[in-house]
Design a protein around this ligand. Sequence first.
Ligand SMILES: [Zn+2]
Ligand SMILES: [Zn+2]
Length: 436
Amino acid sequence: MIRAWSIGLIAAALPAAAGAADIAGTRAAIVRSLDAQYPHLEAVYKDIHLHPELGFQEDRTAAKLAGEMKALGYEVTEGVGKTGIVALYKNGPGPTVMIRTELDALPLEEKTGLPYASHAKQILRGVETPVMHACGHDIHMAAWVAVGKTMLDLKDQWSGTLMFVGQPAEEGGGGAKRMVADGLFTRFPKPDYGFALHVGPGPYGYVTYKPGVINSTSDGLQITFNGKGGHGSRPHVTIDPVMMAAHFIVDVQSVISREKDSAKFGVITIGSVQAGNAGNVIPDTATVRGTIRSYDNDTRLKMLDGIDRTAKAVAMMAGAPAPDIKLSEGAKSVVNDDALAARSGAVLKAAFGDKARLMSEPGSASEDYSEFIMAGVPSFYFGIGGLDPAMLRKAAAEKISVPGNHSPEFAPVPEPSIKTGAEAMSLVLLDMLQRK
Ligand SMILES: [Zn+2]
Ligand SMILES: [Zn+2]
């Protein structure tokens, strides 16, 4: 069962949409504010990029953003959900809107060659590891600070409460869940609407949006096949767990091709296989680890069931004891509120024209912003491009693939990506917070 994700139509509660002429005027005011701020924003961006921090270790990053928002006059609370921050600004009656950025980076060694490339290291599960902002969360943070200032510059044009949220540990660490558990929507006002954006390897200056499901549900699997080890020359007196793992890896793909509805998105990938250390020894056990992605819960449950049955059947076929099966729940799909997405999407279309694109399909990545939606905040989560369109056209012509999010070479261009993100976000916020 999908939980109450479709929050229901909120169209009746939405204020009347602004006209095209209003949007042009508003856009010009936003651009003036962003142009004036930009040197500072780029300095903030480069500083954060140079000092990336892993999930729940974002102490410096959180302190930096908290300082920025305090200086603007926001009421800031730190340490929400360990390293998360909340910055509030009340400006008369009206709805409360949440603007979320992630704070965390990834355990990767940066290979962009940029002058401000990261050489940072942090401890991950007891081991020192290089750290990099390879998902563009630093772009989101700079845009978040920019929106914080722009909304104050345009304070006489809106009424309501801004709730800026800096979320720790988005990259699989459960940071959103932890903030909600720490009272994000009880100690602070519960937002009427939520907004977030993500940069990707599309052309900069462009925005992408979609009502409904916009990315995938992610689950993890870890299965250990229990065999009976022995000499590689005498397999008949062993139960070979490597054979079981091999059968499983192949057979589990028939869950995708034969059991799952072929019209629905679903992926099972085994990314890690571990068994034995010597070529002439049959080991006792073999462990496979993988990821499971889907857009809807029925497909997800069908795949989880198929994985379970396939693993057990493979062990039974080999006359082996039952395998140890661990299926872990990761992030659920982010599902945009239909009415809000239609409304905010129309604002982006009116402002950006051909540079605002309606996505035909959800993306296959995952993101724990879904926790805020499941906690009852109807939301609009949209995309911005981060790469030079001319470079992308050249790469496409030469059939060269361009590094995207989570690549050590992912290098979104700060100007105009930060400005585009902040401009799009400010436009949809101003639209929702119009003065009566
Ligand atoms: Zn990421
Ligand atoms: Zn990300």
